[in-house]
Design a protein around this ligand. Structure first.
Ligand code: 2NL
Length: 366
């Protein structure tokens, strides 16, 4: 019996005095481990007479439970104080200044796309997207580009492996296939049948086999399309005059509409803006020179028909321009190829703040 109370006070003492979780484990093993003091008592039970065994066994079991409860309680206390010690040691000073973050900027091409979208957005146009990889029908045939047209030649267009069904595939040479896909859309056709107007711009990447000081094999375009029953050449003119004046931020910018030819429009017009050259430097907005900036026209009836609409009912205008080119003109960027060099010094100089969105009321450019 003395044995039992000695073991009890030793075991509970060791548990109480354990200074950390490792010491507590040592105390547990000393009492309840394979060779522990309480385990030793258990082993003596077998040699006792049955009535003694019952009574002593109950007391040993009770002691075991008591030690287990003490271990659990001490463990809780030690964990809590370990946590508060960590909270004290690992305290962070939230008043310290933050480490400086590298500040990114927008590429002029993205900026100009957003500026163009802000202007046409105000006139009721939506931004439409489509695939870079097109089939030859959407890229050429739908647009009334004849089978023998030079633009279709292998030397001018990036052809991809023909699809399993025999369809020739290309990297789109303009964004027009997106307009064709939009006109073919059943929901758009329903909207038009209900008397609505289709107004979209399609900014995006385009590809042609061309690589010199003024051409890169990948470049950017924005095209626009308006289709309904009444839109005419006067609307085309007003829309593009307003666009050019807003984009170049010159209210009295002179414009000239010059007759031209595209397979997908009839009649067609190229648009020039007034400019002058002084000491080899270009000045947009005044003078007696002209600078070509976009192509346009009334959508050819064949294109309307190819896109599933009746040309006797529907008509409208379309236009297209090079984003890289208008970005160079607006922001005085001298070298086209520098757009695609990924030189961070160039981007820091010509890039735009990601936080200032272009808008007609808040300002478009810098
Ligand atoms: C240019 C000229 C132009 C179009 C693009 C177009 C699209 C459809 C139907 C009719 Cl779906 N036209 N697009 C029309 C006229 C000119 O681009 O010089 N681009 C850089």
């Amino acid at each position: 019996m003395d044995d039992l109370s000695t073991i009890r006070s030793e075991a509970l003492g060791a548990v109480q005095q354990a200074a950390d979780l490792a010491a507590l484990e040592v105390a547990r093993v000393a009492a309840l481990g394979k060779k522990g003091s309480v385990t030793g008592l258990m082993k003596t039970l077998g040699g006792l007479a049955p009535d003694q065994r019952k009574e002593f066994g109950a007391r040993v079991n009770q002691l075991k439970g008591e030690i287990e409860a003490a271990l659990e309680a001490r463990k809780g206390a030690l964990s809590a104080s370990a946590l508060s010690a960590r909270l004290v040691n690992e305290k962070i000073d939230v008043s310290l200044p933050a480490r400086p973050e590298g500040q990114g900027s927008l590429h002029p091409i993205g900026q100009v796309m957003d500026e163009v979208a802000a202007i046409f957005g105000e006139m009721g146009f939506s931004w439409a997207d489509g695939p870079d990889i097109e089939d030859d029908w959407h890229n050429f045939t739908a647009l009334n580009i004849p089978p023998d047209h030079p633009a279709r030649q292998m030397q001018d267009t990036f052809y991809l492996p023909t699809r399993a069904d025999g369809t020739p595939m290309v990297l789109r040479t303009h964004t027009s296939p997106v307009q064709a896909r939009t006109m073919l859309d059943k929901n758009v056709q329903k909207m038009l049948a209900d008397g609505g107007s289709l107004r979209i711009i399609v900014p995006g990447r385009t590809f042609r086999i061309d690589n010199d000081a003024t051409h890169t094999p990948m470049f950017h375009q924005v095209e626009g399309l308006v289709i309904d029953r009444t839109t005419h050449m006067g609307h085309l003119k007003g829309c593009l005059v307003d666009f050019c004046r807003a984009f170049f931020e010159i209210d009295d910018l002179p414009l000239r509409f010059r007759p031209s030819y595209f397979p997908f429009t009839e009649p067609s017009a190229e648009v020039d803006i007034g400019c002058s050259w002084k000491d080899g430097e270009l000045r947009i907005g005044a003078g007696d020179s002209w600078l070509e900036i976009l192509g346009s026209g009334m959508v050819h009836p064949n294109v309307i028909a190819n896109c599933g609409l009746d040309p006797a009912i529907y008509q409208g205008f379309a236009f297209g321009m090079g984003i890289d080119r208008i970005a160079m003109l607006k922001y005085g960027i001298p070298d086209l190829r520098s757009f695609f060099d990924s030189d961070l010094r160039w981007l820091r100089h010509y890039g735009f703040s990601a936080l200032e969105w272009p808008s007609l009321t808040g300002g478009l450019g810098r």
